[in-house]
Design a protein. Sequence first.
Length: 509
Amino acid sequence: MSSSSHQAHRPDGSRGRTTRWDEGIPPMLRPLVRAYLLGYVSSVAPRLLTLLLQHLTRRKLKRQAQEPATTPAGAQPQKNGEPFLEALQRILRGGLDWQRFPTFCAVLVGGSTLLERPFSVVFSQLANNLSEIARRRLSRWCASFTAAWLSLRLLQSKQTPSFTDTLPSANGTPPKTIHYAGRTLDLTFFAVTRALDVIGGELWHRRRLRRRRQVPQNPGWSSLESAVSRLTDPAIFALSSGLIMWTWIYLPSRLPRAYNKWIGSAAAVDGRLIEALRLCRTGKLRYGLDTGCANLLGSMCADYGWPEEWGNPAKSVPFPCEMVHMGCGPSCEYHAVSRFARSFRWAMATYLPLSLLLALGRSSDHRRLPAGLRRALLSAARSSAFLATFIALFYYGVCLARTRVGPSVLGKDAAAREKIDGGYCIACGCLLCGWSILFEHPGRRKDLALFVAPRALATLFPRRYALDKQWRETLVFAASTALVFTCVRENRARVRGVFGSVLGSVLQA
């Protein structure tokens, strides 16, 4: 029998409902407990996986180097000298901190459900002219708004070194410590994106209802409306990912450090090449002039065995596109194909093990296991093709602007080449890369679009800002979250994707 079944055999042979793990918890407290456990797992599991992978990698390197172990098994020191077991305990204990994400989830979800009854009583007395549905929705919105405000303030109360500066003393005065806001911006932009998606979905749904009333003989979408419906999520992903790539090239400080590192690993590009493009944009690297930047790409020419003058902007106008290819030869098309192949292998090494583990976990019947493994393989291959196409399109977009199309449109003189390498080539790559989303399964496009949209929105704002402006962020987060929580309890289908399903399950009594 499937483990997901809600039926079980009783001792007398009859069938009854299976007992849920939270059956013994009072119904009003179940959302709070679910939220805390989900928050704990989501915050601790990635750290545990990283710790385990680092531990296994070090053990493998030690065996390959045939170095004798200096610490007992299971207690290998980490990069900072911390033994494995101590690091494990630190991660597990860290998730229990009351100012961390699990407590935030518990206060947010628990407060939105527990405060609904008091608000309902208040509005039934103060707003008895409203309908019962209106009072219920208003009570849920106010309860969620209050819980969201308090939960975010809880996270914001924790001070961290990256959002703290100490000004040196002057004229005998003691050093001054300045605290900045911005730690919770990612959560705020996530809530804003979800709220905008809910509003857009509701407006689009009402438009469809009006069309059904106005054109009853043809209640479906027109060709234009169908195209808009199909391409909205891909367009959101393409615009968002293009903005993220632009930021990664020119404003990397506006991206989280982990995000910067992951994009750098996927791009596999020489940092000197990125620096040269940044210098082109700021005007510090000028074609036909000696501005002191010859050593930057000159060292790259020496490493790759290219002529030294290729890296000198005073002699090479522009530097050859073969330098962008980083050893793949002069053909831009061959470089794009090569990038696709290398990126596909890199992505499969990540996606395939995860897909196989999920397939094994879902297959309760061994007879269905081969079919599940085939689906896992196809899913991993499709996701890997999407990511590989993303990378290949970005690089080929750069080559299109630098070699294939750009010179014919903007010109081939030094000024035109500076414009191309100063931003046009990167912009072309950013515009093309995101449309690789069309390779992904249509069901996953909305999740991917809603995943990258908050990160793209965050690139438009500084990562830190004055602490006295923090109330604005808290207000925006609370209002957006209240809208999403109220909607998921009134109409769960309006909150799209995996997040809507998870949130609906957590909020269920």
